[in-house]
Design a protein around this ligand. Structure first.
Ligand code: BES
Ligand code: MN
Ligand code: ZN
Length: 487
């Protein structure tokens, strides 16, 4: 799909979508057409009381000389324009697709910057992962080819959209990684994909199992040891800020497939566990975006890539391993593997980079889905200021989260009888918090936030701006965090 920007003119073909503002007030294009065609628009609105001109609501009127004419309610929420504009673009795309409209002109009668955001919304919603279909019929495929958005200065709008497109590209990149099956994306093939981002301006280092062993990373290695695939840790650095300034650090869980290991998961729904690397994919997409948009910050991304498999070499429940921090861990459940992966990633990140903060993302617990559903991620933080910033940018981007507690009462529940800690609580209580306090023991006091994205990383229904499937939750959130507070 291609999006263009142009001054308004009646299209020669396709559909024309004109704005109707709050209170059913016709935009300029609508008013002109109404006059030219003997009041058809006013009549249509009168005869369709269910069309209230709510933001994004549409009404198909009739065919005119060029094609179809549609009305679209445009009433941008002044409190949250970004959310409002993206969803307008997404809804517009869905509408065109469901009406099988290939070419359309949209006259929202908004600023150039607002129009660029609408274009981003449409682009995000147009994401389509079709590479494995070999015989889809044409009418099952997305059909929208061209959207022209009417603006006052096309060149300016085009320039603004170019910047938005970098965001869309990063999000598609993340979604592709998450959607690829686990026989295609496994630790080494994944690391090779990340390596290719050197061309975007990232420095990419890959640690294999031998290197991790040397560093004492017994925790992450214990997760991958049952798999035929070699575990990898990938470190991406981007220096766009002042020389010597402490970097921002982002850490991601990259379990390319989570069978549960010896504590094996039930068969039903296990296929979903290909998305257990979504946290890492968000970190990778974010780092790509920061580099490509030449953000004025220093940033580092660290992802732990492993496959959690049962085998004769796999970790057994009850095994004791030692993490890079020097602390010992009794692995009581091999399905609580994400925290074992992150423990070494977090320790490594703080000890090597001394970052301003660490934000980690992980599809860590099923319990967070029970608690918050799929519309908010769980946030845990040892730093109120960082937590507040994240809450603020969550609002701006509509990538929502909810803060949950840490604390002594919870922390002591992971003390083990025979090691420094165990990887699960003593019963099934407070499952997501148990994961968080475990991670906290590996950040060495660094300002840190853990985002549990098990519920938000994959969307079974689709939203205004994402088709169903991978959401790349966190890319826009963390990009906004960087823009608002660190550039
Ligand atoms: N990857 C899962 C968590 C998950 C569940 C993500 C559902 C997305 C959807 C994680 O590794 C896991 O298995 N967690 C266990 C922890 C338990 C053993 C303490 C869980 O949530 O059941
Ligand atoms: Mn698991
Ligand atoms: Zn997992």
């Amino acid at each position: 799909m291609k999006i263009n920007f142009a001054n308004f003119s009646l299209p020669k073909n396709g559909a024309l979508i004109v704005a109707v503002q709050k209170g059913k007030k016709l935009g300029k294009a609508a008013a002109d057409l109404d006059k030219k065609h003997g009041g058809i628009i006013a009549t249509a609105i009168k005869n369709n009381p269910s069309f209230e001109a709510k933001h994004g609501q549409t009404l198909l009127i009739t065919n005119l000389e060029f094609g179809r004419l549609l009305l679209c309610g445009v009433d941008v929420d002044a409190k949250n324009p970004e959310k409002s504009l993206l969803s307008l673009g997404g809804k517009l795309y869905s509408l065109l697709n469901s009406h099988k409209i290939k070419t359309a002109t949209f006259a929202p009668e908004l600023s150039d910057a607002d129009c660029a955001k609408i274009a981003l919304g449409a682009t995000l919603k147009s994401y389509y992962f079709g590479k494995y279909f070999t015989k889809k019929k044409a009418d099952e495929l997305p059909c929208v080819e061209n959207i022209t958005i009417s603006v006052s200065s096309p060149a300016k709008a085009q320039g603004l959209f170019k910047a938005e497109q970098l965001i869309a590209d990063a999000i598609s990149f993340t979604k592709n990684l998450v959607t690829e099956p686990a026989n295609v994306i496994y630790p080494e093939s994944y690391a090779a994909e990340i390596k290719k981002l050197s061309k975007s301006g990232l420095k990419v280092e890959v640690l294999g199992e031998a290197a991790m062993k040397k560093l004492g990373m017994g925790s992450i290695l214990s997760v991958g040891q049952g798999s035929a695939r070699e575990s990898q840790m990938v470190i991406m650095t981007y220096n766009g800020g002042k020389k010597g300034e402490k970097p921002l650090a982002f850490v991601g869980k990259g379990v390319t497939f989570d069978t549960g290991g010896i504590s094996i998961k039930p068969a039903s729904g296990m296929d979903e566990m290909k998305f257990d690397m979504a946290g890492s994919a968000t970190v990778v997409g974010l780092m790509k975006l920061l580099a490509e948009r030449k953000a004025k910050v220093n940033a580092v991304g660290v992802v732990g890539l492993v496959e959690n498999m049962p085998s004769d070499r796999a970790t057994r429940p009850g095994d004791v391993v030692k993490s890079m921090s020097g602390q010992t861990i009794e692995v009581l459940n091999t399905d609580a593997e994400g925290r074992l992966v992150l423990a070494d990633c977090l320790w490594y990140t703080q000890s090597r980079f001394k970052p301003k903060f660490i934000v980690n993302l992980a599809t860590l617990t099923g319990a967070i889905i029970v608690a918050l559903g799929s519309s908010r991620a769980g946030m845990f933080s040892n730093d109120d200021e960082l937590a507040k910033k994240l809450e603020k940018v969550a609002e701006l981007t509509d990538e929502n989260l909810w803060r949950l507690p840490l604390g002594e009462v919870y922390d002591k529940q992971i003390n083990s009888q025979i090691a420094d800690m165990q990887n699960i609580g003593t019963d099934r209580e407070a499952g997501s918090i148990m994961g968080a306090v475990f991670l906290q023991r590996h950040v060495n006091g660094t300002p840190w936030a853990h985002l549990d994205i098990a519920g938000t990383a994959w969307c079974k229904k689709g939203s205004d701006i994402h088709p169903k499937g991978a959401t790349a939750w966190g890319v826009r959130l963390l990009d906004k965090l960087v823009r608002e507070y660190y550039e």
